[in-house]
Ligand binder design. Structure first.
Ligand code: GDP
Length: 195
């Protein structure tokens, strides 16, 4: 995929603010520090498009990045902070539910998990949350460069088993360090948005 333009076009917290142009959307979700910004920057071949890690207390927004004026990557707030209050957690849940149940243009979600470890309780919950809304998911297992090649199959198995991975979903091994998986990830995204 040749990325000609990638611009933050809409920042939204509620459905009325979502873009109205009906272009397909792919949301990007993951625990803080999983490598989401690095993933986006690798995919778009940009040095620093995505904002750096969100921190608790910062306004939680849905950021719609228009790609080639053809579709959107929607950066959704990270989850899994240890110190997030109950109120904040509830707000996050409400916003995500609003988005997943109202966005007619959402074609799928890239959910990032760290290839090195079993997915966390939050990762598993998020995956099941997405399955509940019947959203197709692309699991992108990041930082695969940090694994010994011979250990990779064992880690894939652990990640899939822990998530109770649905074989209808796609699974991509990824490294923003080496670029491994970039073409596979684009293939998976394009399949969902049909371009
Ligand atoms: P975010 O909080 O999910 O947006 O995570 P970042 O993209 O900011 O990455 C968090 C940390 O992990 C940074 O120190 C990155 O350099 C590192 N990182 C991200 N992706 C990879 C990867 O594929 N391989 C390695 N080795 N490090 C990575």
């Amino acid at each position: 995929m040749k990325v000609i333009s990638a611009d933050l076009e809409v920042v939204a917290v509620k459905p009325e603010q979502f873009p109205k142009d009906r272009r397909p959307e792919i949301a990007l979700s993951g625990r803080s520090n999983v490598g989401k910004s690095s993933f986006v920057n690798t995919m778009l071949a940009r040095k620093a498009l995505a904002r750096t890690s969100q921190r608790p207390g910062k306004t939680q927004t849905l950021n719609f990045y228009s790609i080639n004026e053809a579709f959107y990557f929607v950066d959704v707030p990270g989850y899994g902070y240890a110190k997030v209050s109950k109120t904040e957690r509830a707000k996050w849940g409400e916003m995500m539910e609003n988005y997943f149940s109202n966005s007619e243009c959402l074609k799928g979600v890239v959910q990032l998990v760290d290839a090195r470890h079993a997915p966390s309780v939050d990762d598993v919950q998020m995956y099941h949350f997405l399955k509940h809304f019947e959203v197709p998911v692309i699991i992108v297992a990041t930082k695969v460069d940090k694994l010994k090649k011979t250990h990779v199959p064992k880690h894939v198995k652990l990640v899939k088993q822990t998530l109770d991975f649905d074989d209808q979903d796609q699974f991509v091994l990824f490294s923003s360090m080496t670029g491994q998986g970039k073409d596979d990830a684009w293939g998976a995204v394009r399949q969902l948005i049909q371009i």
